[in-house]
Design a protein around this ligand. Structure first.
Ligand code: ZN
Ligand code: ZN
Length: 351
C-alpha cells in the first residue's frame, strides 16, 4: 500500500510499504478514508533528522474496518470508524483510571509510542493501518455525520475541548486563547460551549484573526494591540478568568500566568518542545493561587461526549479544512502547512 514515510527533516515521501496485518487478536485493520496533517506532525517535519527512519507518519484518521482479530467484540468488518490518535488497552490500572495516555500496555516501549506515527506504531497517513485494542481505540461514526465532520475527533477537537475543560470555564467567564490555529479554533468553540461571555483570540496572523472575529471572538494581534488593555477593559481590570495556551510556545506559558486574575485557571495544550520551561511559582502560580493544568489529549475521554455534539449540529469541525489533496501529494501538503502558504489552516489527505 501507499504510505507517507519519514526519511528525515522536511523529507516525507509517499512510498510503497507492506500492508498492515493483524498481529494480536485484539487488533483491527482500518482502510483509511480521510487523514489529516497535524501541527504536531510539523514538529517532526522541522526537527533534525532522527536516527530511525522509514516509518509511516500520521495520527488523525477516519476509515472503514477491513478485518478484525479473533478477540475483537464491538467492532466489525465494514464499520465506519474514527481512530483515537493515542491508544490504550482499556483494561490496565491507568486506563481504568481514565489516564489513557499512560496505558501500561501501549506505552511499554516508551513515552509517546502509544501515539500513531512512530517506528513501533505505524501511522495513518497511508491507505490503511493496524489499530491495537480495536474495541477501545475505534469509535463507530453515526451515519448522519459525514467523514470530514467526524475526522478531527481523532485528535484536535478533543485537544481543543480539553483546553477549555482543564481551564474550568464557568458561565460568564472571560477567556484568553493564545493561538488561532486548528486546535485554537476548537478551544474557542469549546469555550463558548462552556459558557464563556467573551473569548479573546490572540494570534500574529491577521487572516486567522479575521476568521476568529467571524466566529464571534474578540481578536488581538499583540504586535499591534495591547492584550492586557483589552482584557482589563472586558473584566473591570481584574484579569481573565482563564487562559489557554494552544500554540506550543514556552514564553506564552508565562503570559498565560500573567494575564489571568488571582484564582484564575491556566491550561496548556500546545506541544512545547523547548522543555524545560521556566515559570514563576512564587509570584505567579502560588502567589496568584492559579490552577495550572497541562496535558496530552486522551481522545477516549472526550469522543463519546463530542460525537453527539456534532450529530446535533452544535459543532461542525470541518469548518477548519482549507486544503484537500490526494495522499500522493502529502509532501506538498506538509510544505504548504509548514510555510503558512495560501491561508492554510488544515490539510486533509485522501488516499
Ligand atoms: Zn494531531
Ligand atoms: Zn491500558
Amino acid at each position: 500500500m501507499k504510505a507517507v514515510v519519514y526519511h528525515g527533516q522536511e523529507d516525507f515521501r509517499v512510498d510503497h510499504v507492506e500492508d498492515p496485518k493483524i498481529l494480536e487478536p485484539t487488533d483491527a485493520i482500518v482502510r483509511t478514508v480521510r487523514t489529516a496533517i497535524c501541527g504536531s506532525d510539523l514538529h517532526m517535519w522541522h526537527a533534525p533528522t532522527m536516527e530511525i527512519q522509514g516509518f509511516t507518519v500520521g495520527h488523525e484518521v477516519l476509515g472503514v474496518v477491513e478485518d478484525v482479530g479473533a478477540d475483537v467484540r464491538h467492532i466489525k468488518k465494514g464499520d465506519r470508524v474514527l481512530v483515537s490518535c493515542t491508544t490504550g488497552c482499556g483494561h490496565c490500572q491507568m486506563c481504568q483510571h481514565d489516564a489513557w495516555g499512560a496505558c501500561e500496555k501501549t506505552t511499554a516501549h516508551g513515552m509517546w509510542t502509544n501515539i500513531f506515527g512512530n517506528p513501533i506504531l505505524p501511522g495513518g497517513q497511508a491507505e490503511g493501518l493496524r489499530v491495537p485494542y480495536a474495541d477501545t481505540n475505534l469509535y463507530c461514526v453515526p451515519e448522519a455525520i459525514e467523514d470530514e465532520r467526524a475526522l478531527f475527533l481523532s485528535d484536535i477537537l478533543p485537544t481543543g475541548f480539553m483546553g477549555a475543560d482543564l481551564a474550568e470555564i464557568q458561565i460568564g467567564d472571560v477567556v484568553v486563547i493564545y493561538g488561532s490555529g486548528p486546535v485554537g479554533v476548537f478551544a474557542q468553540r469549546s469555550a463558548v460551549l462552556f459558557g464563556a461571555s467573551a473569548v479573546i483570540a490572540v494570534d500574529l496572523d491577521d487572516g486567522r484573526l479575521a476568521k476568529a472575529a467571524a466566529r464571534g471572538c474578540v481578536t488581538v494581534n499583540p504586535t499591534k494591540q495591547d492584550l492586557s488593555e483589552v482584557v482589563a477593559g472586558l473584566t473591570n481590570g481584574r484579569g481573565a478568568d482563564s487562559a489557554i495556551e494552544a500554540v506550543g510556545s514556552a514564553p506564552l506559558v508565562t503570559e498565560c500566568i500573567n494575564i489571568v486574575r488571582p484564582g484564575g485557571h491556566v491550561s496548556v495544550i500546545g506541544v512545547i518542545t523547548d522543555d524545560p520551561v521556566p515559570i514563576s511559582i512564587m509570584h505567579g502560580i502560588m502567589g496568584k493561587n492559579i490552577t495550572f493544568r497541562a496535558g496530552m489529549v486522551e481522545p477516549q475521554k472526550y469522543i463519546p461526549r463530542l460525537l453527539p455534539m456534532i450529530e446535533q449540529g452544535k459543532l461542525d469541525p470541518s469548518e477548519i479544512i482549507t486544503h484537500r489533496m490526494p495522499l500522493d501529494k502529502a509532501a506538498d501538503g506538509y510544505r504548504t502547512f509548514a510555510n503558512h502558504d495560501e491561508d492554510v489552516l488544515k490539510v486533509v489527505l485522501e488516499p
